[in-house]
Design a protein around this ligand. Structure first.
Ligand code: AMP
Length: 107
């Protein structure tokens, strides 16, 4: 399987501004932010996209959402947008499941 840029960020082969990490996720700043705070939450367990979830990976979107919720609460961010792009036609450029987290509050 081809390594995506997010695999390389996870392995620290490519640098990123990491804002949160635990056993299950890494969250880092989007390199082309579309809001004052624009992070990407990726699971450490690989899935390519929502469309390609299997029984082994179908827990990942909910897990990412709960991590983003907890992160927001920890930073006092009370309003934000959460988005998954699904497939090329859905605007997904990087074939590694990721949750966009956008907030007007800058952290
Ligand atoms: P998507 O269109 O949902 O696949 O989103 C991919 C996102 O990854 C885009 O918003 C890009 O700006 C972002 N991105 C691509 N390369 C990097 C990188 N090296 N570090 C941080 N964000 C990146």
């Amino acid at each position: 399987m081809e390594q995506t840029i997010f695999h390389k960020i996870l392995s620290r082969e490519v640098p990123a501004a990491v804002m949160y990490e635990d056993d299950e996720v890494l969250a880092f700043k989007d390199i082309h932010p579309k809001a004052p705070t624009h992070l990407l939450f990726i699971p450490k367990r690989f899935a390519a996209s929502i469309a390609e979830l299997t029984p082994d990976t179908e827990d990942l979107p909910g897990m990412l959402i709960l991590k983003a919720k907890a992160f927001a609460a920890s930073k006092g961010i009370i309003g934000y947008k959460l988005t998954f792009h699904v497939g090329k036609e859905g605007g997904q450029e990087v074939p590694y499941l990721h949750l966009h987290f956008l907030a007007q509050k800058e952290i």
